[in-house]
Design a protein around this ligand. Structure first.
Ligand code: NCD
Length: 338
């Protein structure tokens, strides 16, 4: 694909060459994300960050990524304080805001809505989650994390054994990740969910049609066995008719340290798009795993910044200027050990 000037709406847009370009740029930007070097390739550019659904890390990491490249950000959150509360359409909101900024990031509760923004926009739009649809930047940072954690690359990830656990019906991160992994060969997908929350059939068919092995099960122990990656997800309670309906699925697949030590490959990595639901009835990944070497969730969020920085640099057509723009920072950052 051509990144420069393109909307990023679905992982289906990417091929292996695109991933290679994206990840090479992301790796180059790691010292910038850590605050060790500065980069100003987006000097003068303005991002419109539009989040109509709750978000902490996605919104802030897109924001931080743009600022780390020297750009500036203006944003709006929720419907209540936006003109959508007055009945404005996605079309009108998008056309208007796209006249103010150079690129937009949009999260919205309805599937397909971010494409509506893209269709009306004068500038590129990045999908930061459209209801239960897709979340492409999350899938990209998840794949980047898997490669780093497993010390593999785009040519040696074939045959990966990955368990996706939890709410596979409404979880957009697993929809995008499964489709992205289908670019490789012979992936073994272990899809672990309650019967009511299975991965949508069209995605399962898509994976099988590309020659991958897909096992669907309700049994966590059988599902995680021999997997190299265990990707846990939150029950997406906001997508259920009622909180009570969601409640009955919570805690079905709680993984704690004892479970990991007993049933998982000791070299398996534990991932989660976050937020974890830390309430006692849920605990997809228990706090007793917090210091476990195989818990990759915070390295995963750290990787989110570099992948989003690389995305911005490419979509704004500035990747060739990165090397020349790197320079020392004017402050001394001291990390506190935790
Ligand atoms: C996810 C999302 O919003 O889809 N969060 C995120 O962006 N990292 C997952 C979730 O909310 O459970």
């Amino acid at each position: 694909m051509q990144f420069h000037g393109s909307h990023i709406l679905s992982v289906e847009q990417f091929g292996l060459t695109d991933l290679s370009v994206l990840f090479q740029n992301a790796a180059k930007l790691e010292p910038v994300a850590r605050g060790e070097l500065a980069c100003n390739v987006l000097d003068g550019a303005l991002l419109g960050n539009l989040f109509f659904e709750p978000s902490t890390r996605t919104r802030m990491s897109f924001d931080a990524a743009f600022c780390r490249l020297g750009g500036r950000v203006c944003d709006t959150t929720g419907f209540q304080f936006s003109s959508m509360a007055k009945g404005e359409s996605n079309h009108d909101a998008s056309r208007v805001i796209s006249g103010y900024v150079d690129i937009m990031v949009v999260r919205h509760p309805q599937m397909g809505s971010v494409k509506e923004f893209a269709d009306a926009s004068l500038v590129p739009v990045i999908n930061a989650g459209d209801g239960p649809g897709e979340h492409p930047s999350q899938a990209l940072l998840d794949l980047y994390t898997m490669l780093k954690e497993l010390k593999r690359d785009l040519t040696t990830i074939n045959g990966l054994r990955v368990a996706m656990v939890g709410d596979l019906r409404f979880g957009r991160t697993v929809h995008s990740l499964a489709k992205l992994l289908s670019l490789f060969k012979g992936i073994h997908f272990h899809l672990v969910s309650p019967a009511e929350l299975r991965m949508p059939a069209d995605i399962v068919d898509f994976l099988r049609a590309r020659g991958h092995t897909v096992k669907e099960t309700t049994d966590l122990i059988a599902g995680v066995a021999n997997c190299e990656v265990i990707y846990a997800t939150r029950i997406q309670e906001e997508r259920f008719e009622s909180v009570d309906e969601a409640q009955r699925f919570k805690g079905s697949y709680a993984i704690n340290r004892a479970f990991f030590d007993h049933y998982c490959d000791p070299k398996a990595i534990l991932m989660h798009p976050l937020p974890r639901d830390n309430r006692s009835e849920s605990c997809e990944l228990n706090n007793d795993l917090n210091n476990h070497s195989q818990l990759a969730i915070f390295r995963q969020t750290d990787n989110g910044i570099v992948v989003r920085m690389a995305m911005f640099a490419l979509v704004m057509g500035m990747q060739d200027q990165i090397d020349a723009s790197l320079r020392p920072v004017g402050f001394k950052k001291k990390l506190i050990a935790v």
